[in-house]
Ligand binder design. Structure first.
Ligand SMILES: *Cc1c(COP(=O)(O)O)cnc(C)c1O
Length: 459
């Protein structure tokens, strides 16, 4: 279909692109790239597919930045939101409450590790991290230890973009420029199994790396509030993965040195690692868990921080003690978001999702076996429903391609040409599909990725 803008025929898509670029500033984007890199206006979504205005369909192999769990326009989530919309869209959550949020908190406390019993809401992942940081600091102050005011993170971690959350991250590309504005954190080396010596197991490497964390915690115990980690997968840090024994060791050390453990499961929660929450692989209970992304099935911005009875009680006091947690966001506990989250949890229960995903997990593993033999692939790693392929310049030394070459972008462009949305992180191509994908569709994603890797690693 053609419409006329400035007297020249233009497709609807072209007209939308032009209007978009005149007014929109996109996230994580150098806008000048769009002088040559196409942007794609999307008309509709259905299941694993998104569709543009020219009728092209793309498999959303990255779950629209890791949020979507059960497909676009999922009938059950759609219906839940429509029903809620006719009752109550939103109400102030201080002094008031509503049914969806009570039910959601009851369910979240039931499915997360047992000691997590109180839920504080925010409206995005970064804000959830900020809540956990502030609560941890405030807890120690309420307990008469105001000198505990530093945080410990892992190398290559990512916890969001607001200044506090950014401080706790360690991905250069997002952080370096803002360094003068950030909190002074203590960084321990990552247990990332990709860094293990030749022949060293992921477990042995995690244990070896833990020694440095233990030393750091021991030396700084009197000034540290909390350690924050992304359990098992450092997603934004190029999908690097580590062995769960690290989490067990960390839990023990945090208990020993009286330091909180914050599990940032914003990306890995809700089944991505094969279990509902990544902490379950290590059978540990953190002092705080941060949830967002998949919480609403990828529909609406909502996040939650769950914590323990002990931490909750440290704030429970008379008003004039100033021990209360006086933190708020306007959209805290949005009722539509809660109804989407309830419908999402309902699908997990009624459709045996975690069990059925095991089949997809095995399929992804066997269908990508051959990637390992590629001369420019140094690693094919998988944790549950997340599989990552690391392209390198030199396989033996694991020398990365210079980032300026933007090899991953070539895979992205190839994918779009062939109906698959892949959005590599640097030189790492990964799959994190919605759980409603089938094995034929997975095979298509894998085939297109394979061709994309061939193209991107030529010369
Ligand atoms: C995405 C992400 C965040 C930030 O969430 P936003 O909703 O994008 O602010 C924090 N931590 C982890 C591990 C994430 O993957």
């Amino acid at each position: 279909m053609a419409i006329f803008v400035h007297n020249s025929p233009m497709t609807i898509s072209d007209a939308l692109k032009q209007r978009d670029l005149a007014v929109n500033w996109h996230p994580c984007t150098q806008m000048k790239d769009h002088e040559w890199l196409d942007m794609i206006p999307i008309k509709r979504g259905e299941g694993i597919y998104i569709e543009d205005f020219d009728g092209n369909r793309y498999i959303d192999a990255i779950s629209s930045w890791w949020v979507n769990l059960f497909g676009h326009a999922n009938p059950r989530i759609n219906q839940a939101i429509k029903n809620q919309l006719d009752e109550l869209e939103h109400v102030i959550f201080a002094g008031f409450t509503h049914q969806p949020i009570i039910e959601l908190s009851e369910q979240l406390t039931a499915i997360t590790p047992a000691s997590l019993q109180h839920v504080f809401y925010a409206d995005n992942g970064s804000s959830a991290v900020e809540v956990a940081l502030k609560m941890s600091f405030h807890y120690w102050r309420n307990k008469g230890q105001p000198q505990k005011k530093r945080f410990v993170n892992l190398a290559n971690s990512y916890h969001g973009e607001t200044l506090g959350a950014l401080s706790l991250g360690d991905v250069e590309l997002y952080k370096d420029i803002y360094q003068p504005l950030l909190l002074d954190v203590l960084t321990a080396p990552s247990p990332d199994a990709y860094l293990a010596e030749e022949g060293e197991s992921a477990r042995d490497f995690a244990l070896r790396q833990f020694a440095a964390m233990d030393t750091l915690l021991q030396q700084h115990a009197d000034e540290v509030c909390a350690v924050i980690v992304e359990p098992l997968i450092q997603c934004a840090g190029n999908m690097r993965m580590y062995h769960p024994v690290y989490l067990q060791k960390l839990r023990q050390a945090c208990d020993k040195y009286q330091i909180h453990l914050i599990a940032d499961e914003i990306a890995v929660g809700f089944g991505r690692t094969g279990k509902m929450f990544a902490c379950e692989h290590a059978d540990i209970s953190p002092d705080f868990i941060c949830l967002s992304k998949g919480l609403t099935g990828g529909y609406l911005p909502l996040s939650a921080v769950l914590t323990t009875e002990n931490i909750y009680q440290a704030f429970y006091d008379s008003y004039d003690s100033l021990n209360g947690f006086l933190h708020s966001h306007s959209y805290t506990g949005n009722a539509l978001g809660c109804s989407a989250a309830l419908a999402t949890l309902d699908i997990f229960k009624t459709d045996n999702v975690l069990e059925n995903n095991q089949h997809l997990i095995r399929y992804m593993q066997s269908a990508t076996e051959h990637f390992k033999d590629h001369p420019h692939i140094a690693d094919v790693r998988q944790t549950g429903m997340v599989l990552a392929i690391e392209m390198v310049q030199d396989k033996t030394s694991k020398t990365p391609y210079p980032w300026q070459q933007r090899r991953g972008l070539k895979v992205y462009q190839h994918g779009l040409k062939h109906g698959v949305l892949l959005r590599p992180l640097g030189n790492v191509v990964y799959f994190m599909p919605p759980y409603v994908i089938n094995t034929d569709e997975l095979q298509k994603v894998i085939d297109v990725a394979w061709q994309g890797v061939q193209l991107a690693t030529q010369n």
